[in-house]
Structure formats: structure tokens, C-alpha cells
Design a protein around this ligand. Structure first.
Ligand code: NZQ
Ligand code: ZN
Length: 380
């Protein structure tokens, strides 16, 4: 598969490094005076990020309306409530302070505020935004890449779906990435973030198109994350390791790894979302279980591609060993590689398969049928 035609576009202004948040007030002022501040369940208050950020906003003379309590694997219901609040208070700009869950919610709030459309309709690709309220983010967890992309993932517990929406109106205007804002991320979530960024690079690598330079860059992101991981996990407060992982995570899903490809695959993510939906599993922990299983299914179908991954990543091409080495890495950072490692009993496999088949979870390049999903669940 040669290079595919592609369009590259990324308008996000990235502010990266220690202390960058100090200029947040000036940045937000360009977009308006009244800020809707979104955050999660409480870590930002516990660790002082909320105080620092609100202090900066107040010093800049900005008015703040806040909406806290967004949960990991965020809910469309919270997004609906935040939209209602923002409409009532007539906010001009949104500031998302948190990880992927807060930022993804804020993206849908930013389009929901200027349309009279239920936000779930965007998530189902049944409605498309024409405009958005400017969104600024301060990232507190390195993982998803949402800070520099146009995607948002929400879940709806009523309809039993966790789905993603991608649209240029969802790009943040500015994203502030200070590694010092991530030093309090606990060890488990730090590792899940690393698994997530590696999975993003893999989704690109197994996408449509094989641009040689981008294949190398994509695998180098994985390599770097694998090298940084033990350093960081043994020294969680170290901002140098935090900064490297933060940059890896942004690069894994800001468009770069898709240059020369017409799409990524994303089948593993679709399957993983079901585990979050059913058992509330952290996103990254679902991927360290599903990726090895997916690779085992694909071993006989796309051997050359997996061998290329193995060659670039580990300098070896025996497929079984490549998959095994990936599992060994995930285990070394305490990410689950089997359902049992995540405390999910064998007996749940039927329920998992049923959910995956119900939503017909598949990849964009490597289509999956019921029998494929059954095989994958057996490997998990
Ligand atoms: O809620 P709080 O109290 O803030 O705690 C959070 C949460 O419990 C905590 N946390 C965040 N920053 C912290 C911190 N704890 C201490 N110190 C800090 N600095 O970490 C927990 C997880 O937060 P969450 O935002 O859920 O994690 P993540 O950034 O991994 O986001 C996961 C969500 O992003 C979606 C996932 O599906 C999932 O819903 N994704 C979004 C993508 C995108 N928009 O491009 C792509 C990804 O593939 C992914 O699907
Ligand atoms: Zn992900």
C-alpha cells in the first residue's frame, strides 16, 4: 500500500512547557470576557491547579462560570447540563481544565452552545456544527491527544454506546501543556495514558497508507514512550520524563501520524470502548487488553505489516515474539493484558461479545465480523 492522498490541517496553537499557563489570561481575553470553566471530579482542586488557573483568570479581569464534576469516560448528560448553564449565563469562551474526559466534554459543549441540537446527535454523526464557541484547554493528563485534535468521545448510558465524533469545529483554539500540571497523575493512570498513546500510534500504523517516513515516526513515538515509561513510573514527580510523555501523547494523535494515510484503523478503540461502557474500565487499560488480542487475529492476515512493526520497534520479525514483547511491556507498566488482570471474570466474555456484536464494532481498514470479534474476545 503506497502513500495515500491526504489533507493536513491543524489550527491549534500549542503552548508547551513549564510556566506556560501564566499567559492564559491574555490568551483567553482575545476570545471574550466571560469564561465557562469545566473540570472533573476534584483532582484540580486537590492539587492546586484550579486555584492557580482561576487566580490567573481573575487577575486578567475575566468573569468565571464553572461546571465541575465531569467523570472519566464522560457522559453526554453532563454535557447537556453544561450547555444549559453556558446558554443561561451567556458565556463567550470555554476553558477546559483536566484530562481527556473534561476536554472532550468541553468540545461538544463548544458546539452545543451555538446550536439548538441535542449533543448526542453530533455524536451519532446525524448533525454537523457550523460554528463553535472558542475553546481553550489546560491539559492535566498526558494520554488522549485531544488537546491538539478535532475528536471527542462521549458515552450515553441510556443507549449503551460510547462513540467518537470528529469535526474541524472541535479543534481547541489554544492548548496549554505544562508538564508540572501532570506530576500528580497517579501511577496507574500515568501507565494507562502511556498505553493509550501507544495504541493511537498503532491505530495509525495499521491505517490505510504506508508512508515510509511516517511509519518510522509513528513507531519512534512508541519507542520513545516505551523508553520513557520506566523512568517516569519510578519517578512520577519528574517533569523531564513527564514532558517527554506529554509530547509523545500529543504527537501520537495530532494528525502527524496520519500524513500519507487516508485513515487510521480504530477497530481496537471501538472494541475497547465497550469495556469502558460495561465495566467503567479506564480507557488505556481497555487498549492494553484488546491490542494484543487484535494482533493475534490479524497475524495470519497481515503478516508483513506486523513484521514491519516488529522490525522498526524491536528489530525482530517473528510475529509471535512481537506480540509477546508488546504484552511484556504492558505488563511491566502494570497495564492489564487479559480481562482477568482487570478483575473481569471469564464468564463475562459472552456479555462482552454480545455488546460488541450489537454495536457491530469494526475497524475502518480491517473490517471485523461476528466471528472475528468472537476470536478476539477469546484471546482477551
Ligand atoms: O476527575 P478528576 O478528579 O479530575 O480525576 C481524573 C480522573 O479520575 C484524574 N486526573 C486527571 N488529571 C489529573 C488527575 N489526577 C491527578 N492529577 C492530575 N493532574 O485522572 C482520571 C482520568 O481522567 P480522564 O480525563 O478520564 O483521562 P484521559 O485523559 O485518559 O481521558 C480519557 C477519555 O478520553 C477519551 C477516552 O475514551 C476517555 O473517555 N479519548 C479521547 C480521544 C480524543 N478526543 O482524541 C482519543 C482517545 O482514544 C480516547 O478515546
Ligand atoms: Zn485512545
Amino acid at each position: 500500500m503506497a502513500i495515500q492522498n491526504f489533507v493536513a490541517y491543524n489550527p491549534v496553537r500549542l503552548h508547551f512547557g513549564e510556566g506556560v499557563v501564566q499567559t492564559l489570561g491574555e490568551t483567553i481575553k482575545q476570545y471574550g470576557k466571560h469564561v465557562l470553566l469545566l473540570y472533573g471530579k476534584g483532582s484540580v482542586k486537590k492539587y492546586g491547579y484550579y486555584d492557580e488557573v482561576t487566580g490567573i483568570l481573575k487577575n486578567a479581569g475575566l468573569q468565571i462560570t464553572e461546571f465541575g464534576g465531569i467523570q472519566p469516560n464522560p457522559l453526554v448528560d453532563d454535557v447537556r447540563r453544561a450547555i444549559a448553564l453556558g446558554k443561561e449565563k451567556k458565556v463567550d469562551v470555554i476553558l477546559a481544565l483536566g484530562g481527556g474526559s473534561v476536554i472532550d466534554s468541553a468540545k461538544i459543549v463548544s458546539v452545543g452552545l451555538v446550536h439548538d441540537i441535542d449533543p448526542w446527535q453530533f455524536m451519532l454523526w446525524q448533525a454537523f456544527p457550523e460554528q463553535s464557541v472558542p475553546l481553550v484547554t489546560v491539559l492535566t493528563l498526558a494520554a488522549t491527544g485531544t488537546e491538539m485534535n478535532a475528536a471527542a468521545v462521549l458515552q450515553n448510558t441510556e443507549t449503551g454506546k460510547k462513540v467518537g465524533f470528529v469535526h474541524p469545529e472541535l479543534f481547541p483554539k489554544d492548548s496549554f501543556l505544562d508538564p508540572a500540571y501532570t506530576v500528580t497523575v497517579p501511577k496507574d493512570y500515568t501507565a494507562y495514558g502511556i498505553a493509550d498513546l501507544i495504541a493511537h500510534a498503532l491505530e495509525a500504523f495499521f491505517g490505510k497508507g504506508e508512508p515510509s517516513v511516517i511509519d518510522r515516526i509513528t513507531v519512534d513515538i512508541i519507542k520513545d514512550a516505551m523508553e520513557q515509561a520506566p523512568l517516569l513510573l519510578n519517578d512520577l514527580k519528574n517533569t523531564a520524563w513527564r514532558a517527554n510523555i506529554m509530547l509523545d501523547a500529543t504527537l501520537a494523535l495530532n494528525g502527524l501520524t496520519n500524513y500519507g494515510r487516508s485513515s487510521g484503523d480504530w477497530g481496537v478503540h471501538a472494541l475497547g470502548h465497550e469495556l469502558s461502557l460495561l465495566y467503567g474500565m479506564p480507557h488505556g487499560a481497555t487498549l492494553s487488553i484488546v491490542y494484543p488480542a487484535w494482533l493475534k487475529l490479524q497475524a495470519g492476515r497481515i503478516p508483513k505489516r506486523i513484521q514491519k512493526l516488529g522490525d522498526l520497534l524491536f528489530g525482530l520479525t517473528d510475529i509471535e515474539t512481537v506480540i509477546q514483547k508488546l504484552e511484556v511491556f504492558f505488563k511491566s507498566i502494570d497495564c492489564p493484558v487479559r480481562l482477568a488482570d482487570a478483575g473481569i471474570d471469564e464468564s463475562k466474555k459472552e456479555e462482552i461479545l454480545h455488546q460488541m456484536n450489537k454495536n457491530q464494532d469494526s475497524g475502518m481498514v480491517y473490517l471485523l465480523n461476528d466471528a472475528d470479534r468472537k476470536q478476539i474476545v477469546e484471546y482477551m
